[in-house]
Design a protein around this ligand. Structure first.
Ligand code: AMP
Ligand code: MG
Length: 397
């Protein structure tokens, strides 16, 4: 495929990615550690839950008889113990929350309602209803019931539900193996002493933090100078075994921007190159077999913005998430905003209780707004002016 000759819109870029990204293969593994992953296969209960009738209260279990308010104490039933022998008529058993309901009992009276002397209890007969405070076998779900569907996101609550039905192995979509190539002769790691013309490499820590946040533990990274051979070698290596390659810098049109040529030379097919947006206009997406390559213009705000808008949803789509390209929602602008038509603007914003403030310092080299920013505000290409309170789309980290 040859390089598209035009600059595409943000919506076209999103649609191209959305329509071509497919979840990676499914793998079966432990339920433990699966939070944040997406189920590739539905989960069915192995048992009735609860597996036995049990008490919802600390109190006394009995076979309720209308008109009787005195019961003889016949023993004790703790949680986790096998069943107490069947009680006789007129008998009660001291019972604790979660304990198996002894045979013959149908009702639990909470201890606060009971007067007890050594061997018997008195209950407020007029307040008792048969079956009160009993959790019945199978009242959550029956053996064989569907409890989670393929495509569901494993939240901590859903992990708990799956464990409760006795399932410890689940099928989830794989997380991508990511390679990060950071380019730039001017870069040195934070912690070293800057020489003339040098700056600290902030994009690598940013990208690693994003992967951490997305629970993607499998990555490799390399930082190289603006040298065509180094760039090409590093990319060739990543193309061998990475599912996704992220490149920082070197994708603009300067004479030391070698990334596009290197990708083309390695046979990576351009999906798009350049998007009508600010920041991050020279953003590039390409494909090599079933691998994805994204090149991010090196200005730190462009990297953060492009990751937030495209790469995060792309990675989530590979991990089986649905609708990952949808914005997180709308918020009302706290003040009016003007811009020129022609590019979609992504602005560092601070969202709070349904309102969003566009922050100072929107230049793409300037990171200071990230002290406060918790989202990007999207102002569409054609829009030139928005009033205070106007609804805008936002995407959180
Ligand atoms: P480039 O896309 O390579 O032309 O870089 C654009 C701007 O971003 C330049 O000012 C670079 O110095 C800066 N830049 C590139 N890479 C990084 C990085 N890893 N960390 C911080 N700034 C960078
Ligand atoms: Mg550069």
């Amino acid at each position: 495929m040859s390089q598209p000759p035009y600059m595409i819109s943000v919506d076209e870029a999103r649609n191209l990615l959305r329509s071509q990204l497919r979840p990676l293969q499914a793998v079966t593994g432990s339920l433990l550690g699966s939070s944040g992953r997406v189920l590739a296969e539905s989960v069915f209960s192995k048992i009735d839950v609860p597996p036995f009738d049990n008490s919802a209260m600390d109190g006394y279990a009995l076979a309720y008889e209308k008109g009787r308010n005195t019961y003889r104490l016949a023993g004790e039933q703790k949680a986790g113990e096998p069943g107490h022998e069947s009680v006789e008529k007129g008998e009660a058993v001291r019972i604790f929350t979660g304990a198996l309901l002894p045979g013959g009992c149908d009702t639990v009276v909470q201890q606060e309602w009971v007067q007890r002397d050594k061997s018997q209890i008195q209950i407020p007969e007029d307040r008792i209803r048969t079956g009160m405070n009993v959790r019945y076998r199978g009242s959550q779900n029956k053996c064989g019931d569907l409890v989670a569907e393929a495509g569901d996101l494993l939240s901590p609550g859903l992990v708990g539900l799956i464990a409760s039905v006795g399932v410890d192995q689940i099928s989830v979509y794989s997380t991508p193996k990511v390679g990060i190539l950071v380019t730039g002769d001017e870069l040195i790691p934070a912690g070293e002493i800057l020489g003339p013309g040098q700056i600290y490499n902030s994009n690598l820590p940013t990208l690693l933090s994003f992967l951490e946040q997305l629970n993607i533990p499998t990555y490799q990274h390399q930082t190289v100078g603006d040298d065509p051979a180094q760039v090409k070698n590093a990319l060739a290596q990543f193309l061998r075994d990475r599912d996704v390659i992220l490149i920082s810098g070197g994708i603009s049109v300067g004479e030391y921007d070698f990334v596009h040529d290197a990708l083309t030379g390695l046979g990576v097919e351009t999906l798009f190159y350049k998007v009508r947006q600010k920041p991050g206009k020279p953003f590039y997406a390409g494909k090599y077999q079933n691998k994805w390559v994204f090149a991010l213009p090196g200005n730190p705000s462009s990297v953060i913005c492009c990751f937030n808008q495209y790469i995060k949803p792309a990675l989530l789509s590979l991990m089986g998430h649905k609708n990952a390209f949808e914005p997180d929602g709308e918020a009302a602008l706290t003040h009016p905003w003007q811009k020129k038509a022609g590019l979609t603007h992504f602005l560092k914003g601070h969202w709070d209780k349904g309102k969003v403030r566009i922050l100072d310092g929107q230049e793409s080299y300037n990171l200071l707004a990230f002290q406060k920013a918790n989202c990007f505000v999207e102002i569409p290409e054609a829009c030139i002016s928005l009033d205070e309170g106007a609804p805008v789309q936002i995407r959180f980290w």
